[in-house]
Design a protein around this ligand. Structure first.
Ligand SMILES: Cc1cc2nc3c(=O)[nH]c(=O)nc-3n(C[C@H](O)[C@H](O)[C@H](O)COP(=O)(O)OP(=O)(O)OC[C@H]3O[C@@H](n4cnc5c(N)ncnc54)[C@H](O)[C@@H]3O)c2cc1C
Length: 382
């Protein structure tokens, strides 16, 4: 194992691998330490939807910039990432939803996003199988450049490109301690040896709180168990991801025809339990078939679980921690860290290189929770 590195990244999910790649472009030697295989955390279990329609300016800006990167990523990395831009259709259920949607759309348009508000009778032009009465929609918002990419292909494309540029990735290697001296990072201890470094990036997803504890830092993040299903294949009939903030449901049709989707389980479960539940399956099936009755004829093939790493405002924690030089947070994505990863990686690489970040990330630091200076993201599903 390497003895010394400029940067040690804890976690080989999409964020850790994307950051290793962005650092490699700047000639900064990064080592990714992953205790299982790449994408074994939330990344390999996620819906991998890519949405730019957020209520907070921070999430919207990160997602918009990320989509620009996703659109040229295959060419840049030299491998497929399975990007498909079929749009996101977000249900509006009542006047209160409409008021919020109008505010969101105004802010999103101010960032240059092509997004519109649809009347109820325009919804079936986008997704023909939706039952407007069943889903209780009075309208929807729609952004045609939202979409989906393959989380495994994306992670491996980043990882392989990073390794070609000199990054090292240690799989099946567990970080067990972070060695500090006063206000400085000195090394990372793993089950396979110690790596001396002055910079550690905590990209450990739902386990980030534990990694931070190793450095004596407390994060407010909580792991929530989430469940998701995929059905058998059917003829391709729609391209958009359908979601509702009120019902919490999201579903889309994959390239091969399967329906992939999730909804918050009826019982909220925090911690690291991984068992799928029948109550989730029933809730998901009944809501899905209320939205799209034609799907009652299709069988669910698989159901699995993963964790959201949730912060009090559902926005990520990015940047250096006050009082511990070189300890960089890249976590707390609260269920939307796949879609933000390209831009987050770029920004953190700029920060680590001592450059001015191309988007301001100061408001996403850890200290916002101490000061109680934050506003909750309203556009959350799953
Ligand atoms: C059901 C579900 C659906 C989702 N849908 C979407 C979606 O549609 N769109 C979207 O953008 N996001 C979605 N998400 C969220 C998204 O999956 C995550 O935000 C994103 O994948 C986080 O990536 P990451 O690299 O930060 O973390 P992870 O992918 O969780 O990677 C963290 C890694 O750290 C490793 N690790 C932990 N502890 C240690 C240690 N001590 N030593 C070494 N390695 C360690 C883990 O093994 C893991 O591989 C969903 C999540 C779930 C669970």
């Amino acid at each position: 194992m390497i003895e010394k590195a400029d940067v040690v990244i804890v976690g080989g999910g999409v964020n850790g691998c994307a950051l290793a790649y962005e650092l490699s472009l700047k000639g900064i030697k990064a080592v990714v330490v992953e205790r299982k295989h790449l994408a074994s955390g939330a990344t390999g279990r996620c819906g991998a939807g890519i949405r730019q329609q957020w209520s907070s300016r921070e999430n919207a800006a990160l997602a918009i910039e990320s989509v620009r990167i996703f659109e040229r990523l295959e060419e840049e990395l030299g491998s497929s990432i399975g990007l498909r831009q079929g749009g996101y259709l977000i249900a509006i259920h009542d006047e209160k939803d409409m008021e919020q949607a109008e505010k969101n759309v105004e802010m999103q348009r101010s960032l240059g996003l092509d997004v519109s508000i649809l009347e109820a009778d325009e919804i079936n032009d986008i997704v023909p199988i939706l039952d407007i009465e069943g889903m209780k929609a009075i309208g929807a918002t729609f952004c045609p450049t939202d979409g989906h990419a393959d989380p495994f292909k994306t992670t491996y494309a980043y990882a392989n490109a990073a390794m070609r540029n000199g990054a090292e990735i240690y799989r099946f290697t567990e970080v067990q301690d972070i060695v500090t001296d006063g206000e400085e990072i000195k090394a990372v201890r793993t089950n396979r040896g110690t790596i001396k470094t002055g910079v550690v990036v905590n990209a450990a997803g739902a386990w980030s709180k534990k990694i931070a504890e190793m450095a004596g830092i407390e994060l407010p993040n909580v792991p929530y168990k989430k469940e998701i299903i995929v059905t058998e294949r059917m003829t391709r009939i729609f391209d958009a991801m359908v979601i509702s903030f009120r019902d919490g449901i999201y579903f889309s049709q994959q390239d091969e025809g399967q329906i992939l989707g999730g909804i918050p389980p009826p019982e909220t479960v925090t911690g690291y339990k991984t068992e799928p539940t029948l109550s989730f399956l029933e809730h998901m099936s009944s809501t899905l078939t209320r939205y799209a009755p034609v799907l009652k004829h299709i069988n669910v093939l698989r159901q699995w679980t993963g964790f959201y790493d949730v912060t009090p405002d559902a926005l990520p924690i990015l940047g250096e921690v006050k009082g511990l030089k070189g300890f960089i947070q890249c976590n707390g994505f609260s269920g939307h860290g796949f879609m933000l990863s390209p831009m987050v990686a770029k920004l953190l690489a700029q920060l680590i290189a001592g450059e001015k970040t191309s988007l301001p990330i100061g408001r996403l630091n850890l200290e916002r929770f101490e000061k109680m200076d934050f506003e909750k993201e309203k556009s959350v599903v799953g």
